[in-house]
Write a protein that binds this ligand. Structure first.
Ligand SMILES: Cc1cc2nc3c(=O)[nH]c(=O)nc-3n(C[C@H](O)[C@H](O)[C@H](O)COP(=O)(O)OP(=O)(O)OC[C@H]3O[C@@H](n4cnc5c(N)ncnc54)[C@H](O)[C@@H]3O)c2cc1C
Length: 337
């Protein structure tokens, strides 16, 4: 019997899957994944559904990861925290804060699960998970083995990791181990946190500031379907940046360690006059140009057509190719937008 995926994706798209399975432990997760892989039916691992776009009905099995458990080991200078993949990310950040284990507070309120967080190296307000990720445990369903890799081996990059490349379509993340140093250094480098005073600030203040800024800026998916930022911030050459700057003097760029420049995709979309632009029931948010929203009843096709139009317009105006951040899911698995 097809199952409607609307409650399981934050864009509130009403596509269905053939079979829907919830797993509540690591063992249930590895068993289910092995079973579906061996059946040769298309399979989609799903956490909170906050980074997927269902373009059509999924002709296979969705495995929803709900495995729970957090285990803390105290060392002389840090805490080692092992977290099951199905734990909710924000609740985990709160858990750490309440126990005096600091570092993750800049990433408060990122929706989704702990298991999905390493895949795109989630980050916000100047901190990415790679800074505190120690190890990732995954189950390779092609070889039926449990493996543990270090943060270095995860090959973290901007919204990127090995799980999008060499381990794509073969690994399900079962557990993530974080290393949270006892000596806490606040990270106040980013926009709305800059005015806070490093000397007398606590992690709780950062947590609360991040939550309140996010709540004021980003649409709540329970009210207005969205997947957060729809496009990655493009990284361009210094030469192209200088050329664009001659035409668009307020284009802000952030120099990267290799000399390239990261620019804000939201700024490009805003400058192209696309805020509020809509196709069908999908629209560019009128305040947050980087966020595509479901106005109610949008189809995956509406969202993709809108995304394409935005990408085309940005390419025409700035000669920059935007890339989508969420994973685009077709009838058999992930597809390219
Ligand atoms: C309002 C809003 C704000 C957001 N803000 C941010 C932000 O500030 N920073 C940021 O980085 N992201 C942000 N995101 C994106 C999203 O929250 C993250 O990408 C998050 O990590 C996705 O988690 P999930 O559990 O919902 O993943 P899902 O959407 O369920 O899955 C995403 C992908 O990961 C795969 N996957 C999920 N779990 C596993 C697993 N255990 N093993 C293997 N593969 C798995 C899925 O198959 C899919 O391909 C935002 C999204 C929303 C809706």
């Amino acid at each position: 019997m097809p199952v409607n995926l609307k409650p399981h994706n934050t864009l509130s798209l009403t596509q269905s899957c053939e079979t829907y399975v919830e797993v509540n432990s690591k063992q249930e997760l590895t068993d289910a994944v092995t079973r579906v892989y061996k059946s040769a039916s298309p399979m989609l691992i799903l956490g909170g559904g906050s980074n997927v776009v269902f373009t059509t009905d999924f002709n296979g099995t969705v495995i929803k990861v709900l495995s729970k458990g957090i285990n803390v080991t105290e060392h002389s200078d840090h805490y080692s925290v092992s977290v099951q993949a199905g734990e909710n990310w924000h609740e985990f950040v709160q858990y750490c804060l309440q126990r005096g284990m600091h570092g993750l507070e800049n990433m408060a309120l990122i929706p989704g699960t702990v298991g999905a967080a390493p895949i795109q190296n989630v980050g916000a307000y100047g901190v990415e998970i790679e800074k505190f990720c120690h190890q990732v445990e995954y189950y390779d369903y092609t070889s039926e083995t449990i493996n543990v890799i270090s943060a270095l081996e995860c090959q973290f990059g901007y919204r990127d990791s090995i799980f999008k490349h060499a381990l794509r379509n073969k690994a399900v993340i079962t557990e993530v181990v974080f290393k949270l140093p006892k000596k806490w250094i606040p990270n106040l480098d980013y926009g709305p946190l800059k005015h806070l005073e490093a000397d007398d600030i606590g992690a709780k203040t950062i947590f609360e500031t991040v939550c309140s800024v996010r709540q004021s800026k980003l649409p709540d998916p329970s009210k207005l379907g969205n997947v957060g930022s729809f496009f990655k911030n493009p990284i361009i050459t210094a030469k192209q940046y200088v050329e664009l700057l001659a035409e668009f003097s307020d284009l802000v760029g952030y120099a990267q360690s290799d000399g390239s420049i990261k620019i804000a995709a939201g700024w490009l979309i805003d400058e192209a006059g696309l805020k509020g632009f809509s196709i069908g029931k999908a629209a560019v948010h009128s305040q947050q140009a980087l966020v595509l929203i479901n106005l109610g009843g949008a189809t995956g096709e509406d969202i993709c057509m809108l995304a394409h139009t935005v990408m085309d317009r940005i390419n025409e105006k700035f000669n920059i190719q935007l890339e989508s951040e969420p994973r685009i899911i077709g009838s058999q698995g992930e597809v390219s937008i």
